[in-house]
Design a binder for this molecule. Structure first.
Ligand SMILES: Cc1cc2nc3c(=O)[nH]c(=O)nc-3n(C[C@H](O)[C@H](O)[C@H](O)COP(=O)(O)O)c2cc1C
Length: 467
């Protein structure tokens, strides 16, 4: 199991980390270089950021393989999304609670009052129309007012001034609920941003858990040992003792700020967030500032897949339990197709009306975190001989089995979640329903060409040399 610095060391030993000593401007220049390195799936350390007192580190988790290394898999051995999923499922069965420690590396330097100076941090401004510099890799720690549990999520924060910033909480997040709870009571609430934490916690923070579970317990389960926590200087929150840096905040709800940032699905996203005051910054003496390139880029999208994976799993579970007749199902929730889900289901239909009826029922179903219609752009139904997990095969069916015009339907004005940026306010946006099954009358004719016995052939048997 690797901690934050352990993962950096491994990447450097493998020659996969670029150290950049040339001075770089945090406004756009860092992002421009990050983009090239992130797309090469390499890590970076900007040692000399103009005007800042810390280096910028990143590109640490821009492929699933790196998640595996952080969780103890041996470099060279394959580790894919299914392995990561299995590790998460195992960790959920073996949660390990965090433990409080009295002292911590992250307390080596404590800054309060006039010593707080956010512009001192090397926070990049990424895109042309971003509202300002954004902290993108921080794990935000808050307390669930109902359960008392510590809650962790990855939230992006825009720097507003010497000691103010705003932490964005989406409508899906638990943090948004905690904001509402405090605001309705006219109270302020403490929040802490932990930058550069153990990779297991970074992954757990991105995972969408039910509100009665803590991401800290999941992180413990993932890394096989408790996360060490230490008390904040200015609140009763506990924060990761081994982090590179902690920014302690008091969120008041007197002032909200609109802010714009290029986001994971390849569009700008306007958010509104309460202004928070920095009450303390604590950090290691030689702290590194972890930054993830925002937008539709590898590290953001790879970590983000942990967040969307939970939504995807909830959608599949909900549809399987609410609908009958599904043989196989997949949900594609991938930045290459925007921020909305695409659902594919296969069935063995008895009549031609069945696929559209199933799609209508699916759009009306509850989807776990959201109603299905809110987050799903397109539902396609295919026959059982089409592989629902292969969008290429699904597209083949969409264009080879659709003669009647009513097999494609456009449903207007459906309410979307906020991340569908083209939606028109309350009018929402369109949905697509596609029946890509063969018509019953074509059943005998439109048969896929299959070579008899092909499935049982082992090529190696034919390539062995004669003795
Ligand atoms: C790099 C990255 C950036 C993210 N930015 C945000 C954000 O700004 N706001 C947000 O609500 N969720 C963001 N997410 C998703 C949340 O971290 C995720 O949904 C998490 O489960 C929310 O935690 P919560 O529901 O416990 O509050 C981001 C995820 C990643 C990986």
């Amino acid at each position: 199991m690797l901690d934050f610095r352990g993962l950096i060391r491994l990447l450097e030993q493998r020659g996969e980390l670029y150290r950049i000593s040339r001075p770089v401007d945090p406004e756009f220049e860092i992002a421009a270089v990050m983009e090239q390195i992130d797309h090469q799936r390499r890590a970076f350390l900007f040692e000399n950021v103009i005007g800042a007192r810390f280096p910028v580190i990143g590109g640490l988790l821009n492929r699933i393989e790196c998640f595996g290394w952080a969780l103890g898999s041996t470099p060279g051995e394959p580790f894919d999304a299914n392995d990561l999923d299995a590790r998460f499922e195992a960790a959920k069965q073996n949660l390990i609670a965090p433990r409080e420690v009295p002292t911590a590396p992250v307390k080596e330097v404590v800054r309060r009052g006039e010593q707080i100076d956010l512009p001192d941090l090397p926070v990049p401004t990424f895109f042309e129309l971003d509202s300002g510099p954004f902290i993108t890799a921080a794990c935000g720690i808050s307390r669930n007012p109902d359960t008392g549990l510590l809650n962790v999520g990855v939230y992006r924060s825009v720097i507003l001034g010497r000691n103010t910033l705003a932490v964005n909480a989406s409508s899906l997040s638990d943090l948004r609920k905690f904001y509402k709870h405090a605001e309705q009571r006219g109270e302020s609430m403490p929040l802490a941003l932990a930058i550069g934490v153990e990779p297991a916690l970074q992954m757990a923070a991105a995972c969408k858990l039910p509100p009665d579970q803590s991401e800290l317990d999941l992180a413990g389960g993932l890394q096989g040992k408790p996360v060490d926590l230490v008390k904040c200087e200015t609140s009763d929150l506990l924060v990761p003792a081994n982090a590179e840096m902690i920014i302690e905040l008091k969120v008041s709800f007197t002032d909200n700020i609109d802010n714009n940032l290029g986001e994971f699905a390849g569009q700008y996203g306007l958010e509104r967030a309460p202004v928070a005051e920095v009450t303390a910054i604590t950090h290691r003496k030689d702290a590194m500032f972890y930054s993830i390139l925002a937008g539709r880029n590898p590290e953001h999208n790879t970590l983000g897949s942990i967040a969307t994976f939970s939504i995807r799993r909830a959608l599949i579970g909900a549809l399987r339990s609410q609908l009958t007749g599904i043989i196989d199902i997949d949900v594609f929730l991938e930045p290459r197709m925007g921020a909305m889900a695409h659902i594919v289901m296969s069935i063995r239909k008895q009549n031609d009306a069945e696929p559209m009826a199933l799609i209508e029922a699916a759009f009306k179903a509850a989807g776990g975190f959201f109603p299905v219609s809110r987050i799903t752009k397109r539902i396609i139904v295919v026959d059982e001989d089409v592989n629902v997990h292969d969008l290429g095969d699904v597209e083949w069916a969409m264009y080879t089995r659709t003669a009647r015009a009513d097999k494609y339907r456009v449903i207007p004005d459906v309410k979307s979640w906020e991340l569908e940026r083209c939606a028109k306010g309350d009018r929402g946006s369109l949905r697509l329903a596609i029946d890509a099954t063969k018509d019953i009358e074509d059943r005998e004719d439109m048969v896929r060409p299959v070579i008899p016995g092909a499935r049982n052939v082992k090529l190696a048997d034919y390539l062995q040399k004669k003795p």
